[in-house]
Design a protein around this ligand. Structure first.
Ligand SMILES: *Cc1c(COP(=O)(O)O)cnc(C)c1O
Length: 389
C-alpha cells in the first residue's frame, strides 16, 4: 500500500497534484467555476464539438425515454436490462459506421478494456500506437497479450516491427483516428494496407472523429471510405455526440462474440434508457444535418486563421483539437492561468500525458463558439505568448 500522505505531498511539491474544479453553471459554451466567483469563462476544453449536449432533439428524446422507461435500465443487457432503444441505437450506429452490427458499452473506457481482452490473450501480439488513449493501453495490458508500441503514426516503424515479430497468431493493430492530444490524424489507408499484408485485425478508436468527420458523421473511416478494412470501429457517445456511453461496430460474428465475451459488457448495467435515447437522437442528427459539421469546420478555420494572421507559425493540425505547444510544464500552466484570468478556459496538458518538453495548451473548438469568441481567444493567447517570451 502506498503512503498516501507522502505521495500526495510529493505530487503537491512537484506541482503535479490534480484536483477537481466544480462547474456551477454551464450554457452555450460558457461556464462558471465554483472557484471563480461568478465570472463566466469561455470553454475551450469541452469535447462536445457539435454542441449536441444542449440540443433540443437530444433533450426531448431523453425526457421522453425517462418518463416512459424510468431513470435506470435496472439490469445488465443479458438480464432484463436489454431495451428496444439499445437495439435501435446499435442499428443506427452500425449504419453510421458501415458495419453489419454494433454493441454499446457503458463508456469508451469500458469498451476498450472489454473488447481487447475478449479478443487477445497471452499468446497474441498487439501493435499499439504509442499515443493511444489510456483506455486502449489498459485494455491491452488487461488482455495479457504481448504489447508492441510503435512510434506515433510511424508506418515504417510499424512495418519493421510487423516484419520482425508477426508470429503465427493473428495480431491486432490498434490506433485512434484523431488523436486527443495532438489533434492529428492516422494514415488509415496505409494502416489498412499493412493490416492486409500481414493478416492482422484492425481496431480504430474514433472517439474524437465520430460526428465531426465524414459525409454523415461516420468519422475518418467514412471519410476515407475504409469501413471494409476496419474490423473494430470504436467510438464514444460522450464527445461529438453530446451524450454518454460508447460503441463498437463490426461484423455480425464479431458482435455476437463480444456479447458473450466482453466482460465490461456482460457484468455491467445497461445504459440508462434516457442516455441511449439521447445518443440515438444524436446519431440521427449527425447523419441528417451535415450543416452541423460545416459550421464547426468554418469555426475551426476561422480560429486557425486568426492565429496565423497574428504570426503563429507552428503546426495547428487538421482537426478541431488545436495543440499550442509551449515546452515546459510551468510555462503551460502559467499561460493557462493567465488565460483564465482573461475569461478563457483552456487546459494545460503536461507530461506524463504528453512527452517531456512538449507541454501545451489544448484548445478544442465547438459549434458554440462565435467568431467574436474565437478572435478574442486567439488574440488573447497571442498577446500572452508574446508577453511571456
Ligand atoms: C475519451 C476517449 C475514450 C474514453 O471514452 P469515454 O466514453 O469518455 O470513456 C476512449 N478512447 C479515446 C481515444 C478517447 O479519446
Amino acid at each position: 500500500m502506498v503512503d498516501l500522505k507522502a505521495w500526495l505531498n510529493e505530487q503537491r511539491e512537484k506541482g503535479r497534484l490534480r484536483s477537481l474544479r466544480p462547474v456551477i453553471a454551464r450554457e452555450k459554451g460558457r461556464l462558471i467555476l465554483a472557484e471563480d466567483d461568478n465570472r463566466t469563462l469561455l470553454d475551450f476544453s469541452s469535447n462536445d464539438y457539435l454542441a449536441l449536449a444542449e440540443h433540443p432533439a437530444l433533450i426531448a428524446a431523453a425526457q421522453e425515454a425517462l418518463s416512459r422507461f424510468g431513470a435506470g435500465s435496472g439490469a445488465s443487457r443479458l438480464m432484463s436490462g436489454d431495451l428496444a432503444v439499445h437495439h435501435d441505437l446499435e442499428q443506427a450506429v452500425a449504419q453510421l459506421k458501415g458495419q453489419e452490427g454494433a454493441l454499446t458499452f457503458g463508456s469508451g473506457y469500458m469498451a476498450n478494456t472489454g473488447i481487447i481482452p475478449a479478443l487477445m490473450g497471452r499468446h497474441d501480439l498487439i501493435f499499439s500506437d504509442r499515443l493511444n488513449h489510456a483506455s486502449i493501453h489498459d485494455g491491452c495490458r488487461l488482455s495479457g497479450a504481448r504489447v508492441i508500441r510503435f512510434r506515433h503514426n510511424d508506418l515504417n516503424h510499424l512495418e519493421e516491427l510487423l516484419t520482425k515479430k508477426r508470429g503465427t497468431t493473428t495480431p491486432l493493430i490498434v490506433v485512434e483516428s484523431i488523436y486527443s492530444m495532438d489533434g492529428d490524424r492516422c494514415p488509415l489507408r496505409e494502416l489498412a494496407a499493412l493490416k492486409e499484408r500481414f493478416g492482422c485485425l484492425l481496431m480504430v478508436d474514433e472517439a474524437h472523429a465520430t460526428g465531426v468527420f465524414g459525409p454523415t458523421g461516420g468519422g475518418i473511416i467514412e471519410e476515407d471510405g475504409m469501413s471494409g478494412a476496419v474490423d473494430l470501429a470504436v467510438g464514444t457517445f460522450g464527445k461529438g455526440l453530446g451524450s454518454y456511453g460508447a460503441f463498437v461496430a463490426g461484423n455480425r460474428e464479431m458482435i455476437e462474440y463480444l456479447v458473450n465475451r466482453a466482460r465490461s459488457f456482460i457484468f455491467s448495467t445497461a445504459l440508462p434508457p434516457a442516455v441511449a435515447a439521447a445518443s440515438l437522437a444524436a446519431v440521427r442528427l449527425i447523419r441528417h444535418e451535415p450543416g452541423l459539421r460545416r459550421e464547426l469546420q468554418e469555426k475551426i478555420g476561422y480560429f486557425k486563421g486568426v492565429l496565423r494572421k497574428g504570426g503563429y507559425e507552428a503546426d495547428l493540425g487538421p482537426s478541431q483539437i488545436i495543440p499550442i505547444v509551449v515546452g515546459e510544464s510551468e510555462a503551460a500552466l502559467h499561460i493557462a492561468e493567465l488565460l483564465q484570468k482573461k475569461g478563457i478556459f483552456a487546459t494545460a496538458v503536461r507530461p506524463p500525458t504528453v512527452p517531456q518538453g512538449t507541454a501545451r495548451l489544448r484548445f478544442s473548438i465547438t459549434r458554440h463558439h462565435s467568431t467574436t469568441d474565437l478572435s478574442r481567444a486567439a488574440e488573447t493567447l497571442l498577446e500572452i505568448m508574446e508577453d511571456s517570451r
